[in-house]
Design a protein around this ligand. Structure first.
Ligand code: PMV
Length: 363
């Protein structure tokens, strides 16, 4: 796949101006991507739910540069004022790596303003939602200036997913409704390491009703970044069997997703969450992102499930917050469990009630 296109330049002296905006959601992996090679290429296939309530809005304004220059000109506005400059520099660096794909970027003054739907202090990573929103804005900009992409068409989403992957790995899965697969697997014919694809049509309707209650165990910044975590997989003694296991679990989860087996699905989700954190603990140097209250909540959930046999299961991201996954039909029972037993263990009682969503939205 090569998206390089030297033709995508505005004629000299052309004056263009406009604005466009996208809302893009976060995603939560069921089979985890942990370990990469090359430029953000996954060592194993992963599958995720696309979320709804946790999203980023990106508005991109563009105007032709007054004075030509070879630099990327980007100003940025964001509610977390102390993070603006670091985020702006990260985006400029990313855009500089994409100048062969979007040569016109150096012909424009760009301004992005961004906001997240979730509180800054929630300890939720915004890179999936924000980098997928950025990728969508870039593809829409190409569509607006050159007509070479059709917004929302499969080729548009594949290109946006490819760019989102380069900007921030698992962000590439945020582009599709309900669920997305990223990484080659013989189980999904079109699956690729280069971009994610939507698999909404291969899943039982019950999974479209799924909720994800994010129980905030801690709002502290992560002590080890995902980038470092992925890097430590290179020398992890369990890396090779892990990548094999991910493929085996992928087959099992696709089966559960097809048949609507919510218990098999939940069991695999929990196995994957624990494996992810076990890989962190078996890295050298080891690290753990779990907190005592994460484990307490897991114990409570497990006890409740043994009593009720209701299909609420957890997963974890690279962090201490518990994602409680359950179908809409048991919402009332799970709400009671949360308010009575789990919320008191959360940082300031914080819970974000999210659910499976329809994917990005052009604003
Ligand atoms: O996309 P990254 O580099 O932040 O890595 C994501 C890793 C996990 O969130 C732990 C798993 C996943 O597949 O999303």
């Amino acid at each position: 796949m090569n998206y390089e296109n030297p033709q995508l330049r505005l004629p000299d002296g052309a004056a263009v101006e406009g604005q466009l905006a996208w809302r893009s959601p976060s995603n939560i992996a069921i089979i985890k991507y942990w370990g990469k090679y090359g430029v953000q290429l996954p060592r194993n296939p992963s599958i995720s739910f696309t979320l709804e309530a946790a999203y980023s809005d990106f508005e991109l304004r563009y105007v032709s540069k007054k004075e030509p220059s070879a630099a990327v000109s980007l100003s940025f506005d964001f509610e977390e004022k102390d993070k603006i400059e670091a985020f702006r520099v990260k985006m400029v660096k990313f855009l500089e790596t994409q100048l062969a794909v979007f040569p016109f970027l150096t012909q424009l003054d760009l301004h992005i303003s961004s906001k997240n739907s979730f509180p800054h202090s929630a300890g939720i990573a915004s890179s999936a939602s924000s980098m997928s929103a950025l990728a969508l804005c870039l593809c829409s900009l190409e569509a607006a200036l050159f007509g070479t992409l059709e917004e929302g068409a499969p080729a548009f989403l594949a290109k946006a997913s490819y760019l989102a992957r380069l900007a921030s790995g698992s962000a590439c899965r945020s582009l599709y409704p309900t669920m997305a697969v990223w990484g080659e697997t013989p189980l999904v014919a079109e699956a690729s390491n280069l971009y994610a694809i939507g698999v909404e049509n291969a899943i039982h309707p019950v999974f479209k009703t799924y909720h994800d209650a994010i129980l905030i165990a801690s709002r502290a910044e992560k002590s080890v970044s995902s980038r470092m975590g992925h890097g430590l997989m290179e020398n992890n003694a369990y890396a090779a069997p892990r990548y094999e296991q991910a493929n085996v679990r992928m087959a099992a989860v696709l089966n559960a997703l097809k048949t609507g087996d919510v218990h098999q699905f939940g069991q695999i989700a929990e196995d994957e969450a624990m494996t992810l954190h076990a890989l962190m603990m078996t890295s050298s140097p080891w690290f753990t992102l779990l907190k005592p209250n994460t484990l307490q909540m897991i114990e409570i959930l497990r006890g409740w499930r043994e009593k009720t046999n209701l299909p609420a299961y957890f997963t974890l991201d690279a962090g201490p917050n518990l994602h409680l996954l359950y179908p809409a039909e048991i919402e009332a029972e799970v709400r009671t469990l949360i308010t009575e037993s789990l919320q008191p263990l959360c940082a300031d009682g914080q819970v974000i009630f999210d659910k499976v969503g329809l994917g990005p939205q052009r604003l």
